[in-house]
Design a protein around this ligand. Structure first.
Ligand SMILES: C[S@@+](CC[C@H](N)C(=O)[O-])C[C@H]1O[C@@H](n2cnc3c(N)ncnc32)[C@H](O)[C@@H]1O
Length: 294
């Protein structure tokens, strides 16, 4: 058991996911984000995990944390970042928290390493001691947190003076092409889809916004950049099928629409996506990345 966790055991660790959602609601505004419900690790891996993992590799190399450090992965999901840290950065220990008990169970099943401690918890109220962590990371999470500033303040609180904090988010409005094609086509068919479009819903994911917030909160030595990865789909089905998996905002939106709309959207994407002669679809995805010190 981690010393940080040992001293203040997380209450949420022992609660079912419904109870954790209920805590979130009381903290404020959480209900809205249930629309993005994170409930199936396997579906998430097919839809997003395979791509977030590629960003995470580049992000960790850029963050450059020395071995033998205590890490915290905030919103660890199915454990992509945590797994990479264990593989390549020789952590002393890593605490990985997520609000979804389903994702925590998935991560616990796939990563059985005694240096890793997975817990259900909320980014905006970390149940950890102040000044107890050397490196905090968070990938593709802050836009789903009702008060992202509170979450960054929490990261700052738990980080030791001089420790590192690194965060990345998709550029939903422009550079995350897999989703951009989807939402552009969805809105063209039905303007009401705009209210679900992550490029519109998440201002924190627009250029410069995350960096501004990090500076406002008071991190030192702030650096920001963009990381781009290739997202190559073998064929149209490899692109389309994961949208039918109900995990994440776009799949949830799609599955809330009737079959006629879904068919029209599929047809539209078949004609708008750049499908190569061999059937493959080569896109790219951009993430905004920031780091700073406590
Ligand atoms: C897009 S996924 C990213 C998962 C993982 N970090 C990755 O890079 O693959 C967003 C994650 O944030 C989690 N999440 C959403 N709101 C949260 C909150 N308030 N506190 C902690 N985790 C949260 C979700 O359960 C989900 O696992």
């Amino acid at each position: 058991m981690s010393p940080a966790l040992d001293r203040r055991r997380s209450l949420t660790t022992f609660l079912p996911s419904e109870a954790v959602w209920s805590i979130g609601n009381r903290i404020g505004g959480f209900l809205k984000n249930m629309n993005d419900a994170w409930v199936s690790g396997i579906a998430y891996e097919r839809f997003m995990g395979r791509w977030s993992n590629l960003v995470a590799q580049k992000f960790l190399s850029w963050l450059d944390v020395a071995p033998n450090r205590i890490w915290l992965d905030v919103g660890c999901g199915t454990g992509s970042l945590t797994g990479l840290i264990l593989e390549s950065y020789q952590p002393k220990e890593i605490i990985s928290i997520d609000s979804s008990s389903d994702f925590i169970s998935h991560a616990q099943r796939s990563i059985t390493n005694s240096f890793a401690h997975f817990k259900v918890g909320l980014a905006q109220s970390l149940e950890l001691d102040s000044n107890s962590i050397d490196a905090v990371v968070s990938g593709l999470v802050l836009n789903f947190v009702p008060q992202p500033k509170d979450a960054i303040l929490e990261m700052l609180r738990v980080t030791k003076p001089g420790g590192k904090i690194g965060i990345f988010l998709w550029d939903y409005a422009d550079g995350m092409q897999m989703l951009r094609y989807f939402w552009d086509a969805a809105v063209e068919l039905d303007n009401n889809a705009r209210e679900h479009d992550e490029g519109i819903r998440f201002p924190i994911c627009r250029k410069g916004q995350l960096e501004s917030l990090i500076r406002e909160v008071g991190l030192g030595q702030v650096e920001a950049t963009a990381i781009e990865i290739k997202t190559v789909f073998q064929n149209f089905d490899d692109y389309w099928q994961p949208f039918l998996g109900k995990v994440g905002a776009a799949p949830r939106f799609l599955m809330s629409m009737d079959q006629k709309y879904r068919q029209k959207l599929e047809d539209k994407l078949r004609s708008s996506l750049p499908i190569g002669n061999d059937g493959s679809i080569s896109l790219y995805a951009r993430a905004w990345v920031v780091k700073g010190t406590a």
